[in-house]
Design a protein around this ligand. Structure first.
Ligand SMILES: [Zn+2]
Length: 412
């Protein structure tokens, strides 16, 4: 639901810190052994203590009991709890600093949910090439919506005739194709209006099911999945029927739509914590009218999460923040919010790991601690299956085998 306004500032920030790129870059991933680790298996909910995790060339080389291999730098985890690096399925990151803030909060993979100037494509490439520490980025470019962000026409001036609005199916196809031409991994469509601006009604449907089918079909020609921003019942239902892979927000989802999502395997990304942000002063949103709106929406959304769980819908975790300097919301906070909404601590942890890996079709790369997967590791001070809030204050974050945060001297 995030505004595009932050993105111009984000672009300026990239240039402002370009001198810091090298400082953040770090050396190539060294061989590392994490010893005395209590490993949380997020697939099964089982714990194994006394584990040694060997990281090599950005991957997990081995995991099991025993000492560190000779000649490998060992980090003593001191029996703290180790989980896979978290995956944030809904971000609006637009700068290097925001990438760093996300990483240091424990997030090692993100899916963009729309940003201006294809900044997410650039950030993805900088991480892929090793110039920038994680998180790994999946890009989504510009939102497909009836009134595109004005910046779209600066990035893709050949779409200039659509500046007054996208009113035809051909126009929708062209906006999707422009995004695909920039190499996005996902298409983001706004199936309803936004909640985060006072003069839009999040219940209002933006596209018919037929129009959404055109968008999904155009993306499918390049095997690209679609994520749909949808608060209102009708817009969300149309998006599900059109075959989007995930519904973002989903505040007013009906039982009928939730049952269809369960049957089709459509993912639900509730982004509950950003609605808490909406409802409170400060943070990403700081507006009196939006506070009242957020206070109305939050219990409805949390009830929707409970109903989704009851129907067997796949619930995935997304923060909907840009990890900016004023942001309070993080993916860890979203995991806590999902737990508060009725998920068990294990289910909430899964929403940010294995479930999100499935949503992103990245199960063979991320989401679990297993040999061959990316060396994305988060260490926390308490057992997250007993206290999910342990995720809020990470001790160690490792992304692609590089240590991004080390506070092992914190606590006992
Ligand atoms: Zn969003």
């Amino acid at each position: 639901m995030k505004a595009m306004g932050a993105c111009a500032a984000g672009l300026a920030a990239i240039f402002a810190v370009s001198g810091h790129l090298v400082a953040q870059r770090g050396a190539a991933a060294e061989r590392l052994a994490l010893v005395n680790a209590t490993v949380v298996n997020v697939a099964t909910g089982t714990l194994q203590d006394g584990q040694t995790i060997v990281l090599d060339a950005g991957r997990i080389a081995s995991l099991g009991p025993g000492p560190a291999p000779p000649g490998v730098r060992a980090i003593d985890i001191r029996n703290r709890w180790v989980v896979p690096g978290l995956i944030d399925a809904h971000v609006h990151i637009g700068s290097v600093q925001q990438m760093r803030a996300a990483l240091q909060s424990g997030v090692t993979t993100v899916r963009s949910a729309g940003v201006s100037h294809y900044v997410d494509v650039g950030l993805r490439e900088l991480v892929k090439q090793g110039h920038l520490a994680g998180p790994d980025m999946l890009a989504a470019g510009y939102h497909v919506r009836t009134m595109p962000a004005p910046e779209l026409f600066l990035s893709d001036p050949e779409l200039g005739d659509l500046m007054g609005g996208v009113t035809s199916v051909d126009g929708l196809r062209r906006v999707v194709r422009a995004n695909l031409a920039h190499g996005v991994d996902w298409i983001k469509v706004n199936a309803t209006e936004r909640a985060g601006t006072p003069d839009t009604d999040p219940r209002k449907q933006m596209f018919s099911a037929a129009e959404l089918e055109v968008i999904v079909g155009e993306a499918a020609l390049k095997s690209i999945p679609v994520q749909a921003h949808a608060h209102g019942a009708e817009g969300a239902d149309a998006a599900v029927k059109a075959g989007v892979r995930s519904i973002e927000h989903g505040t007013y989802l009906t039982d009928a739509t939730l049952k269809l999502m369960a049957a089709q395997g459509t993912f639900f990304v509730p982004t509950a914590d950003i609605v808490t942000d909406l409802a409170e002063p400060g943070g990403d949103y700081d507006d009196a009218a939006l506070q009242r709106r957020g206070q109305m929406m939050l219990p409805i959304l949390k009830a929707a999460v409970g109903r989704a769980k009851a129907f067997g819908v796949k619930i995935a975790a997304g923060s909907d923040t840009g990890y900016g300097p004023r942001s309070v919301t993080t993916l860890a906070r979203e995991v806590v919010a999902l737990s508060d909404a009725g998920l068990t601590p294990l289910e909430a942890l899964q929403s940010a790991t294995v479930r999100n890996a499935e949503l992103l079709q990245r199960e063979k790369q991320v989401g679990q601690l297993a040999p061959g997967l990316e060396a994305d590791v988060l260490v926390v001070a308490e057992n997250p299956l007993q206290n999910i809030r342990a995720l809020l204050d990470p001790l160690v974050v490792i992304s692609n085998g590089r240590v991004a945060l080390d506070r092992l001297n914190f606590g006992k």
